[in-house]
Design a protein around this ligand. Structure first.
Ligand code: ADP
Ligand code: ADP
Length: 234
């Protein structure tokens, strides 16, 4: 089953008279259960592509369909609803620095107007999932990079999304911590059935956890397929 579809998605940025064509007619299909990696050099358009999936960035043209819903056709209110089914994590974690671990994870649940008892139970489950039970009352500054990304993952999964978008999620981490976060992503995919779409400039990230890969260059997908096929070709 296809979970994410992009049809002829283009994105042009216009800032101060400068025009940057970041995406040209990109088509993409991600199946349910995939760990799909998009790789390419800096400036290739990966981040723009990822942000077009949850409409953090609005495509200039083209259609984005997630879970059978055409996001590009929705009103803001319906879009907010659908976004709860799409989690996202970031290179620099994007945590609330003045909030505790618990408060960071609870944040999207408050926005979604969950009751405080449901929030408490859900936050406990998530702390367990990412292995941060002993750090619930700490602030992000008291934690390591790997622990911060675990908070990011717990927050992204809070509303039970079907999809997790990962924007260079391990690029700010050392190799050992990177491995532990990649292992956590594998577990989340295997145990919870969450589909993962990640962007990276690092081949080893693709090789260690992805089953599918697309290679981007100059705003286009220039190659796509099973990881083994794409990277074992002569
Ligand atoms: P990547 O993630 O592969 O590094 P990006 O999607 O960030 O690529 O960028 C693709 C192109 O679009 C680059 O030329 C970049 O400078 C430009 N770009 C990205 N975001 C913006 C923006 N908000 N405003 C203007 N140009 C942007
Ligand atoms: P990343 O580490 O994700 O590649 P970037 O440094 O590419 O981050 O971009 C950081 C932010 O700056 C993003 O919100 C992106 O949209 C914006 N951005 C990137 N390139 C440009 C640009 N040429 N002009 C304006 N904004 C940009």
């Amino acid at each position: 089953m296809t979970l994410i579809e992009l049809h002829q998605v283009s994105k042009t940025y216009r800032t101060h008279g400068a025009v940057t064509e970041a995406l040209f007619n990109v088509g993409l299909k991600v199946d349910k259960g995939d760990i799909f990696g998009v790789i390419g050099h800096s400036g290739a358009g990966k981040s723009t592509l990822l942000r077009c999936v949850n409409l953090l960035e609005r495509p200039t043209s083209g259609r984005v369909i997630v879970n059978g819903k055409e996001l590009t056709a929705l009103r803001e209110k319906e879009l907010q609803q659908e976004r709860r089914r799409i989690g996202m994590i970031f290179q620099h974690f994007n945590l609330l620095t003045t909030a505790t671990v618990t408060e960071n994870i609870a944040f999207p649940l408050k926005l979604a107007k969950w009751s405080s008892s449901r929030i408490r139970a859900r936050v406990d489950e998530l702390l367990e999932l990412v292995g941060l039970r002993d750090h619930a009352g700490k602030y992000p500054a008291q934690l390591s990079g790997g622990q911060k990304q675990r908070i990011g993952i717990a927050r992204a999964l809070a509303t039970n999304p079907d999809v997790l978008l990962c924007d260079e999620a391990t690029s700010a981490l050392d190799p050992q911590t990177t491995q532990s976060i990649l292992q956590l992503l594998l577990d989340i995919n295997a145990k919870l059935g969450i589909t993962i779409l990640l962007i990276t400039h690092e081949m080893h990230v693709i090789r260690s956890i992805c089953n599918r890969v697309a290679v981007m260059d100059g705003g286009r997908i220039v190659e796509e397929g099973d990881v083994l096929d794409v990277f074992l070709k002569p």
